[in-house]
Design a protein around this ligand. Sequence first.
Ligand code: NAP
Length: 248
Amino acid sequence: MSIKVGVLGARGRVGSTIVAGLEGVEGVELVAALDHGDDKNQLTESGAEVIVDFTVPDQVMGNLQFCIEHGIHCVVGTTGFDEERLAQVRAWCEDNPGVGVLIAPNFAISAVLAMAFARQAATYFESAEVVEYHHPNKLDAPSGTAVHTAQGIARARREAGMEPAPDATEKALDGSRGASVEGIPVHAVRMQGMNAHEEIIFGTQGQTLTIRQDSYDRTSFVPGVVVGIRTVAQRPGLTVGLDSYLGL
Ligand code: NAP
C-alpha cells in the first residue's frame, strides 16, 4: 500500500522540486498538489495521509492546523518557527493524538549528517571554525545551517569544559576572523556558480579534520523529505529536525 501524499506550495521553488522528485518513488503516491488559493478540502477528498509543506511562514500555521485536525501527518520545510509557534503545534498534536508532525529546518541529509559528525568531533580538537559557501543571491549571512553547526560545536565544547580555541590575533581587519557564534568563528563566502556548501574544520596537534557537505540544487531536499514521509506516521506528536528520523 502506497502512502498518499499531498504537497502544499506545489508551484514554489522547493515544492515543485518535491512534486517532480516524488514521481516514481516506491511506496509513495502523490494525490494532491496545492498552491496559493487552492481549497485545502482537496487534501481530505483525495485521501492524503501525509502532507509536505514548503509554503510561506504566513500560511504554514493555518495549513498545519487544518491537517492536524483532519488527522493528516505533516512533513514541514517552511521556515519561521519560533518557540511560540512550536508550542501551538504541540498543543494541536495533543488534541489530536496519533498525528505526527516533523518540522525540519534542513532536509538535506548531507547537511544534517555534517552537523551531527561535527558535534561528535568537537571535543577532540582545540580549534574549530565553520566556512559556509552560498550563491550570491542569498540575503542573510551566515546561513542558518552554519549558525546551527557552530552552536552544536560550542555546546559540546562547553559541556566538556574546554578552553576557548587558541588565537593570538591582536590586530585584525573587520570581519577577517569571521562572525563569532558562541565563540566559534563562522565565515560566509558568496560565490557565483555555487549553491549551498559547508566546511567544518577542526585542528589539534599536527592534524586537521575537515567535514564538508555540498548541496548542488533543490533536489538535495528530496531524499530527506522521502524519509520524512515514510517515518512521520510512526512518530506521533511534534518532532523538530530530521536527526532522530535518521537515527542520530
Ligand atoms: P517559494 O518559491 O516562494 O514557494 C512558496 C510557494 O507556496 C509559492 O508557490 C506560494 O504561492 C505557495 N503558497 C503560499 N501560501 C500557500 C498556501 N496557503 N497553501 C499552499 N501554497 C501556498 O519559496 P521556496 O523557496 O520554495 O521556499 C518555501 C519555504 O521553504 C520557505 O519558508 C523556505 O525558507 C523553506 N525552505 C526550507 C528548506 C528546508 O530544508 N527545510 C529548504 C529550502 C527552503 P504564491 O507565490 O502564489 O504565494
